[in-house]
Design a protein around this ligand. Structure first.
Ligand code: 5AD
Ligand code: SF4
Length: 467
């Protein structure tokens, strides 16, 4: 077995293992001429954004994009490990690719993303999936070109066990020319006991503010209307830079670039400062939308999750946000069936939902992830009971989501029109992140327009443009 660079994804070291960025010669730049690629992305915005980087690198090698996976010469799966079903989806897709390769011998298959950072997955790929040609991790996406250029017939696995430097001047082939993601931070140091992210994405590393501001200024120049600052725990931005420049400072400086809409995800309640609340309230181009994961309403479970706040502290912060940021919309993430969660604990969660009346919530059943502390905790809640709790929670969450949307009925609100949706209507989002469908001419795409809301549903609003 040959495992270059793969030591132990679960151990942190300070040493950087990142090699110099690959510089290709003229010949290798033609590698993709006449060939097509297909990138399939699973998981969060971070992965979506990494795929924008992967696409840019492939197009530098002159591969052309292909809409249909079965027709592509190169297929890359950018995977997610957050819950077991994400794993299963990727392995299911590998099964399809295996069959495809039987009739298409030259097909090149690559696997990257969070699953590639898991030791057990890499072992599995080596032992049971020899048809996968290349594997690379979240810390060495920049080596994709190198891996393709120097590809041999043998499976090539190149995954770093620890994070390295932050690379700047990364090229992206962005999905949209209206809104863009901008990384401000990589990794996470919070170590919530259920979460695999600190292992697959490494320790928290913040980008320097000057680089972030420069990137946003360039996007503004190109005509982008909206930027979302991305990180696993953006509120802790800068803590690893040993300066007193915080997310509040960054938000203010990025807002100064003149970008019309500025968003940020994801916020951990622990690091939410008053300065942040003030700046969001004060600046018109910082959108009044906050994703504030609760995870559980029970103090006992929050402690077991290592979330570092209590139900009471969360509610206090929630009130502060609602009281100080006009028209703010707040969404959340909730896990049910965490090990040791009793009916009473679950009712504490329901109680927070009733008090907060979230605009919407992403709800999950706890999924044990290998190597995380929660996996070793005693889980005595049956799957049937977990499903019942999820159902009950969803009923409540949907009721409040519906009510939150009803407040928009017959009102006029600003919507950034992003494109054409499924039924041929235009779609876009309000400043508060509500999805709006409008029947209108496509000349409005890329514009922020006034829309009168005519119908409200649980997950979306329908309206007409008010000129
Ligand atoms: N099981 C279930 N849900 C999880 N999440 C993270 N890890 C797990 C897990 N092991 C959820 C959390 C997080 C969101 C992105 O995914 O709610 O906020
Ligand atoms: Fe995972 Fe917690 Fe970090 Fe979020 S804050 S990425 S849930 S460890």
């Amino acid at each position: 077995m040959n495992l270059p660079n793969y030591i132990d994804a679960k151990k942190r070291t300070k040493e950087s293992t990142v090699k110099e960025l690959y510089k290709f010669n003229i010949n290798s730049k033609n590698l993709g001429v006449g060939k097509t690629y297909f990138v399939k992305t699973y998981g969060c915005q971070m992965n979506e954004h990494d795929s924008e980087n992967i696409r840019a690198m492939l197009e530098e090698l002159q591969f052309t994009p292909c809409e249909v996976m079965e027709e592509a010469d190169l297929v890359i799966l950018n995977t997610c490990s957050i819950r077991e079903n994400a794993h299963n989806k990727a392995f299911g897709m590998l099964g399809r690719l295996k069959h495809l390769k039987e009739s298409k011998k030259d097909l090149v298959i690559g696997l990257c993303g969070c699953m590639a950072q898991e030791e057990s997955v890499v072992k599995d790929i080596m032992e049971k999936h020899p048809y996968v040609d290349i594997v690379f991790g979240t810390h060495n996406i920049h080596e994709l070109q190198d891996l393709l250029i120097n590809r041999t017939k043998k499976q090539n696995i190149d995954v770093y066990s620890c994070e390295g430097k932050i690379y700047e001047n990364i090229s992206y082939k962005r999905e949209s020319d209206i809104k863009a993601w901008v990384n401000i931070q990589y990794g996470c140091d919070k170590f919530c006991t259920y979460c695999i992210v600190p292992y697959t994405r490494g320790k928290q590393r913040s980008r320097k503010s000057a680089e972030i501001i420069k990137e946003v200024e360039e996007l503004v120049k190109k005509g982008y209307k909206e930027v979302t600052l991305l990180g696993q725990n953006v509120n802790a931005y800068g803590k690893d830079l040993y300066s007193d420049y915080t997310l509040a400072n960054l938000l203010s400086d990025v807002a100064d670039t003149g970008i019309e809409r500025l968003r940020f995800v994801t916020s951990h309640p622990w690091d939410f400062t008053d300065e942040m609340v003030d700046i969001i309230a004060k600046r018109d181009n910082i959108m009044p939308y906050i994703h504030l994961p609760l995870q559980s309403g029970s103090n006992k479970i929050l402690k077991l999750m290592n979330r570092r706040y209590t139900k009471e502290e969360y509610l206090k912060l929630y009130k502060k946000l609602k009281d100080n940021i006009p028209n703010v919309s707040i969404t959340t993430d909730i896990i049910v069936g965490f090990p040791g969660e009793t009916r009473e604990d679950f009712e504490e969660t329901l109680d927070v939902v009733k008090k907060c009346k979230y605009d919407s919530a992403f709800t999950f059943i706890f999924s044990p992830r290998e190597g995380t502390p929660a996996t070793k905790m005693i889980d005595n809640v049956s799957l049937d009971e977990k499903n019942k709790r999820l159902y009950e929670l969803n009923e409540l969450v949907n009721k409040y989501a519906n009510k939150a949307n009803q407040r928009y009925l017959n009102k006029t609100t600003k919507v950034l029109i992003e494109g054409i949706g499924e039924k041929g209507n235009l779609f876009g989002y309000t400043d508060t992140m509500k999805l709006v469908n409008v029947k209108a001419d496509k000349k409005y795409i890329g514009k922020i327009v006034d829309v009168k809301i005519l119908e409200s549903k649980t997950w979306s609003l329908d309206g007409e443009i008010n000129e």
